[in-house]
Design a protein around this ligand. Structure first.
Ligand code: HEC
Length: 118
């Protein structure tokens, strides 16, 4: 009769593994530094320290950022742009909670010239 106890446990295991723990704000900043800087710049302005403008969206441009809702930003980060050609999709690497926090606490608070993560 032991299998009756084991079976539900085995069925639950893959589900448990898929649930990656939520990242802290510091971890999300590191994630940004590793995955977003090459297009969005170290400070989120889409400019490299040498002033080179990249293709990304300027998060530090308050007027432009105000036109985007959090929901639109979250959606873009989940899905990417043009099937990942223009911007990769991050839905397999970040949970929805991670993405919400990233938008609210990292992207919305980006300031020109202030590096998001070392
Ligand atoms: C390969 C380059 C590239 C990478 C890597 C990249 N992005 Fe983007 N991202 C873009 C481009 C290009 C745009 C569109 C720019 C525009 O509309 O002005 C964009 C737009 C966005 C937008 C604005 C979406 C909207 O609603 O208009 C958000 C938010 C965003 N990126 C977040 C991120 C985050 C967070 C990461 C890292 C986890 C990331 N991006 C990585 C290129 C990139």
């Amino acid at each position: 009769m032991r299998w009756m106890v084991l079976l539900p446990v085995l069925l639950l295991l893959p589900g448990l593994q898929a649930q990656t723990p939520a990242r802290s704000l510091g971890e999300l900043k590191d994630f940004y530094a590793a995955n977003c800087v090459k297009c969005h710049g170290p400070d989120g302005s889409a400019h490299m320290p040498d002033g080179k403008k990249l293709g990304g969206f300027d998060f530090t441009d308050a007027a432009k950022a105000a036109k985007e809702t959090d929901a639109e930003m979250v959606k873009t980060i989940r899905k990417g742009i043009l099937f990942g050609v223009v911007m990769p999709s991050f839905k397999d690497r970040l949970t929805d909670d991670d993405i919400q926090l990233l938008v609210k606490e990292v992207l919305r608070k980006a300031e020109k010239g202030k590096v998001i993560a070392p």
